[in-house]
Each structure stands twice: as structure tokens, then as C-alpha cells.
Design a protein around this ligand. Structure first.
Ligand code: COA
Length: 396
């Protein structure tokens, strides 16, 4: 019954090895499984079912919506993935058996807009199921329905869902305070990301999603890696002192755990958007955080070829030449992998330790701008020393 029941109730769309079909009672097991998954309950609003009765009701609503086709009725599908052909059959000859793997839907507002929702069973995650299924649903929305604009929302920090939307061309999300309802015991509205995709937008990423690569010295005792939101890095970032806070360039986090978490999330967001890359300068053996180095002003480096670098050390990282060596790793990476030909740096004119590190890393002192900084505490004015590293020294 399953196959016929699916295709007679509404549209079926298919791509290699995956299809989306209107839900039917044979999908109850999948829906209950999804409803039991904490992640799907927390992050997804597409399948809020607790038991088989609720699952059947969800199927009923879906089927009625396909039958009635009102402009605002939800368009719901179950995502099925092809299984290996039956045992003993010659590969490629037998019809595939389909296994339910998740759900995808959009909810039209009746005026050309629609909100998308999707959830994939834990057994099928990380294999492109959500991306392919949402792609098929969007094909239907834009080509067969009257949808002009799709809207996507997710809780801030839900990177897996954001990546699905990113691959399909959704815009850079806006972060909206309290966009989503509270979760569990916590009644406070949750902050959310909100992005859109227009029918005419290219179905390709609208921003770069840069990764922060691990950079290691050959045989050295330093390793540059992304900052993590875990307990060790959070504790290290809470040891930032006034010396680090006086740096010129990308600032360390403010005091307190909340400020540290917001800072770590901000570094990730900035890398994803392609604006900057921030590394934790870590001890190669213990992996303990010693400081931070950031390559910024990276937007469109291929067109301009210029970037800026800034760094600061935690108390535990001082006195071992860490900045000089981190500068070497980052500048080599910027030149070789990002096509940067000029890297600038700024320091307080009195910061002799940073000057030495920059000069040792091959930078030249280009100019001092007198009285360009005001000390927040005393109100005194100080100069900024500017440095530059050019990949072709003769270029001047
Ligand atoms: C979000 C969800 C639908 C993703 O399903 P999926 O089938 O695993 O998604 P895909 O494999 O198509 O894509 C996920 C991508 O996110 C990446 N990803 C996963 N976790 C990540 C993380 N913590 N940080 C960054 N990227 C992450 C995966 O590597 C994959 O990237 P790729 O396209 O480069 O391979 C699934 O985790 C889920 O059902 N969660 C619960 C319900 C839910 O959150 N729904 C969305 C509500 S907005």
C-alpha cells in the first residue's frame, strides 16, 4: 500500500538515491523515532509528535493538506533513502527499497512566502539527506507552487542546520533576539538566525564558510588551531588580563563567562562569513591555550590582496617567543592559501615586545601616527606604530 498511497496523495520528487513522498501511516515508526530525539525536539519544529496517535494525526493533516491544496496549507513530505537492492539481485537491476529517513516541509503564508522545516533521524544524519531533501522541496515550492520567497530560521548556534541552508543559497542570516520560543524548563525566548532564499537566487552558497585550518610548526612546540567553546578554552579565555586588553587590533573577550562565549561564537561567525580567521595559539603537546592571533579585513582578498594581523597573549603564554612564531605561520598561510600580498599590523608605539616580534617575523615599521590612541583610564594620548609585511620586499 505504501508506494501507491504515497504517490496518489501528492507529489513525489526524486534525486539519485533519495526521494520525498507524501506521508502515510507506514511512516509512523519514523515519526515516533524523530519525536523521541531530543535534538529534533529542541531544534526542529517540523515533527512535534510524542506517540503513534500523534504521528497518525500528523500524517492526517499532511494528507488533508495535499488533498485540499489551500494556498496556506502545509506541504509535508517524508524523506526516503534508497536501500541496497534485495540480496541476490544483480546490482543496478532491482528496484530500490526505500527507507524513511526524515521529514521536510514548507508552510506557505498564502502571499508568496513560506517557512521551511526539516528533521533527519539520527541514523541518517551527516550524509546530505537534509540538504538534498530541502533542495527537492524548494524545487517544488518555486516551480509548482506560488512560493516566491522561502524563509529559514534556527536557534543561534545550530550550525548543522545553518550549513544546510547555506549550501542551498540562503542569505547571510540576521540574528534576532528572542526569535524562537523558550525550550524545556527555560521559558525565555531563544535568539534565532533568520535567512531567506528568493526563487531567482542562485542555489549556491551566498558566503564563503571559511574554516580555520590547523597550522603547526615542523618539530616546534606551538600549534595554531580554532578556538573551541569547551571548558578548557573558556577557562583560559577567562584569564585574559589588562596587558592583553591593551592590544591594538582584534580585542580579547571582556570579563565573565557570557562575554567569553559570545566572543568564541563571534570568531566562528566571522570565519564563516569570510571576514577574519582567528586561531588559538596552543602548546603543541598539552594543547593548552597560550594566546590568540587573528587575520582580519579578509573580505575579497583576491581583489585587494591585503589583510591585517593582530595578536595577544594570555599570561601563561608570555616569554616563549610565541607571537613571532605564530606570525610566521599565519603570514605564510595567508600568502600561500589566500593570495594575500601585503599584511599590515598595528601596535601601541610603546609596546616594545610586539615591535620586536613583528620585526623578527619580517615586518617593517612603516609609520608612527602620533596621538592616535586615547588611554581609556587616564585619558592620555599615545601613538600607533604601523607595520607591514610585503611578499616582494623590492616592491617598497
Ligand atoms: C539539522 C539536520 C536536519 C541536518 O541533517 P543532515 O541530513 O545531517 O544534514 P546534511 O548532512 O544535509 O548537512 C549537514 C551539514 O552540517 C555539517 N555539520 C553538522 N554538525 C555541524 C556543526 N556542529 N558545525 C558545523 N557544521 C556541522 C555537516 O558536516 C554537513 O555539512 P556538509 O554539507 O559539508 O557535509 C539534523 O541534524 C536534524 O534533524 N536535527 C534535528 C532537527 C533540526 O534541527 N531541524 C532543523 C531545524 S532549523
Amino acid at each position: 500500500m505504501a508506494e501507491d498511497a504515497a504517490s496518489s496523495a501528492g507529489p513525489v520528487r526524486q534525486r539519485e538515491g533519495l526521494r520525498i513522498v507524501p506521508p502515510h501511516d507506514g511512516h509512523t515508526g519514523l515519526l515516533v523515532g524523530l519525536g523521541a530525539d531530543e535534538q529534533a525536539r529542541r531544534w526542529g519544529d517540523a515533527v512535534p509528535v510524542r506517540d503513534a496517535t500523534a504521528a497518525r494525526a500528523w500524517v492526517g493533516v499532511a494528507r488533508e493538506a495535499w488533498a485540499g491544496r489551500q494556498r496556506w496549507a502545509p506541504r509535508r513530505w517524508v524523506v526516503e533513502v534508497a536501500q541496497e537492492a534485495a540480496q541476490g539481485a544483480t546490482p543496478g537491476t532491482a528496484a530500490p527499497a526505500w527507507r524513511p529517513a526524515g521529514t521536510v516541509e514548507y508552510r506557505p503564508d498564502g502571499h508568496g512566502g513560506a517557512e521551511v522545516g526539516y528533521a533527519v533521524h539520527p541514523d541518517h544524519r551527516g550524509r546530505g539527506v537534509a540538504t538534498q531533501a530541502l533542495g527537492l522541496a524548494l524545487d517544488h515550492a518555486f516551480a509548482e507552487d506560488e512560493v516566491v520567497l522561502a524563509r529559514w530560521r534556527a536557534e543561534v548556534g545550530h550550525w548543522a542546520s545553518r550549513r544546510v541552508a547555506w549550501r542551498l543559497g540562503f542569505s547571510v542570516p540576521a540574528q534576532v533576539r528572542g526569535l524562537l520560543p523558550g525550550w524545556g524548563q527555560d521559558r525565555a525566548p531563544r535568539d534565532g538566525w533568520w535567512a531567506t532564499l528568493h526563487r531567482d537566487d542562485p542555489r549556491e552558497p551566498a558566503y564563503p564558510w571559511r574554516q580555520v585550518p590547523v597550522l603547526a610548526e615542523q618539530g616546534g612546540d606551538l600549534r595554531l588551531r580554532p578556538w573551541r567553546a569547551d571548558a578548557d578554552d573558556t577557562a583560559a579565555l577567562m584569564s585574559v588580563d589588562d596587558v592583553a586588553r591593551q592590544c591594538v587590533g582584534p580585542l580579547p573577550p571582556g570579563p565573565g563567562e557570557e562575554a567569553v562565549q559570545a566572543w568564541t561564537r563571534g570568531r566562528l561567525e566571522s570565519a564563516v562569513l569570510g571576514h577574519s580567521l582567528t586561531w588559538c595559539i596552543a602548546d603543541a603537546r598539552s594543547d593548552a591555550a597560550l594566546g590568540s592571533i587573528c587575520l582580519f579585513d579578509l573580505v575579497d582578498p583576491c581583489a585587494h590582496g591585503c589583510a591585517e594581523v593582530g595578536s595577544w597573549l594570555l599570561p601563561a603564554g608570555r616569554g616563549r617567543g610565541a607571537v613571532t612564531r605564530a606570525l610566521g605561520l599565519v603570514t605564510r598561510y595567508a600568502v600561500a592559501e589566500l593570495g594575500v600580498h601585503r599584511i599590515a599590523a598595528r601596535t601601541d608605539e610603546r609596546d616594545a615586545a610586539s615591535h620586536r616580534a613583528l620585526l623578527r617575523a619580517g615586518f617593517r615599521w612603516t609609520v608612527t601616527e602620533p596621538q592616535s590612541r586615547v588611554d581609556e583610564r587616564g585619558g592620555e594620548r599615545h601613538g600607533t606604530a604601523r607595520f607591514a609585511l610585503l611578499t616582494e620586499p623590492s616592491a617598497g
